[in-house]
Design a protein around this ligand. Sequence first.
Ligand code: EPZ
Length: 428
Amino acid sequence: MEKFVIKGGRTLTGEVEISGAKNAAVAIIPAVILSDEPCILENVPQISDVSISLRILIEMGADVKFLDKNTVRIDATGITEPIVPYEMAKHMRASYYFLGTLLGKFKRARVAMPGGCYLGDRPIDQHLKAFTALGTECTLDHGMIDIHADSLIGSQIYFDMVTVGATINTMLAAVKATGMTIIENAAKEPHIVDLANFLNSMGADIMGAGTDVIKIRGVKKLKGATYAIIPDQIEAGTFMIAAAATRGNVLVKNVIPKHLESITAKLEKIGVTVEEFDDAVRISVDGPLVKTSIKTMPHPGFPTDMQPQISTLLCLAEGTSIVTEGIFDNRFRYVDELRRMGANISVDGKVAVIEGVGSLMGAPVTAPDLRAGAALVIAGLAAKGVTEIEDIYHIERGYECFEEKLRKLGADIEKRSFPGTSVRKVAL
Ligand code: EPZ
């Protein structure tokens, strides 16, 4: 079993390069199946969710070759059976994107019910509603979702709530459908736009990505493409907050500042200085950190994937802050771990009330999920003393070379192996 061991209290300074976006990569990699030719993807992050996605493609018969550590050539034309192996699919939520892409290519698919971070109830009813609207029969068969359609016909689909996954899955299923598909109440996250841009570079006809109405006119063929994945807004935000929590001075490079607007706005309210450049932001803190209120919302609101990280920062701010989780039912499981470090937080359902404390203390903690794990690293960096974090496999799903990047900024963090296995049942 591996842990992060962090000696806190050191200020982060220097420069960090942000990697490609996890939530774009896990949608774009399966989308290659739709192409009738090989594709080359650049700026692919080296994270375990990407490795699982590529392994699924290889298992299904695709040819996958890394041209360098972040560039991969994928030829999925050898895939004939639209079935994703159960064992591989259940570990990752994004495995359900293979449903949309295989349906779009083969008009049928068989994929395990998705896994991923436990954040409360995460149904897929809107995905199935969209597939059904396109003319698909959907059944659940021993943990596998089985879908097939005689033909895919464009349709008007209105989502009951803003859902990133269902918006992506519908685009994947509809790009080769007959006629026009209109998605209303669509998600607008940067990775939605990135997927649409990738599909259009292959010859798809998608309009309106990034707004709440996306129109997809079906096309017959999709050709190969070379495409660079956008920088990861959540990795960028995580490093911005790590710099602020240690009162450091860090240049966060290879970012799209527009994708960070809601994060920047909140950090400035807390008393953090954010200097914007074309493809970088500089983070510094001169005065005290002060309380604020935050509610996580679909893009362009404050991202739910930044909620554990900003809540950790607010533990160090003067006054009482309120954080409302507007997307998931149960995204405060990390609070118990922060309390071990001296945080003063009370949670009632989707609302956390955070009383700022002067400092946190190092302690042994366990990462409950990906972003909560990153938040515990931030807490350890800012805390007095040593913090040991277990179950860091969660963190490695979404952050490339996380501890190396932090060490380059001056953090005292190392990954150590320990005998035995994690006591926590992996919540997939
Ligand atoms: C994606 O999850 C991301 N995962 C999540 O990032 C992110 O937190 C989330 O979008 C919101 O931005 C990937 O992209 C792989 P949703 P997803 O569908 O698609 C409900 C991370 O840390 N809902 O937008 O699962 C759902 O329960 C991860 O990188 C339904 O009720 O999120 C939730 O309350 C964590 N029925 C809300 O909608 C459905 O059919 C938003 O979910 C679909 C969703």
